[in-house]
Design a protein around this ligand. Sequence first.
Ligand SMILES: [Zn+2]
Length: 169
Amino acid sequence: MQDSRETVLKIAAAQKLLLGALALSVLINLTFSSCRPSLADFGVDSLAIELGILVIALAIVVFQIVCIVRLGLLLNETATTVVCAIGQFVPCVNLALILWLNSRASARLQKSGIRVDMLANAKDLENYHPHEFQVFCPSCSTPSSSDFDFCPKCGTRLVNQAEQPERDA
Ligand SMILES: [Zn+2]
C-alpha cells in the first residue's frame, strides 16, 4: 500500500532532521575532544568544563530522542522507536541505532517509489501524488483530483475510471 503524500513528506522531513541531529552530535563531540585540553590550559576550572560538556551532551541526546520519536511514530514502529530512544544513552550504539532507523525510513519511502540518497535527500517528492491525481481528462489528458467532477483546465466532464464503460475495440 502506498503512503499518502502528506505522510511521505512528513517522513522525508523527519528523516532529514534526524540525520541533522546526528551530524550535530558528531560535530560537537569532535569539538569537545579538541577543546577540552586547551580550555584547561586557559585555567578554566576542570569541573566547570566537565559540567558544561555534560549539559550540552544531554541537550543533544534529548534533541536526538525527539527526532527519533517523531520519525518512529510516523513509521508506526513503536518497538523500534523505544529501542532507538533508550539506546541514545549508550555511546556508539546510539549512532548505529540512528542509522538503523534512518534506513527503515528510507525503505519505507522506497516502498512508495521514492528514492532516497545517503544524505536522506528524497527524490521524486514533487511528482508524488498517489491519491490526488487519479483521474485524467478524456479530452486534454490533464490529471486532476478524483474529487473533481469536471476538468479544471477544459471543463470536460470527468468519468471515474471505475465507472467508465468499456470502449469498443
Ligand atoms: Zn480537460
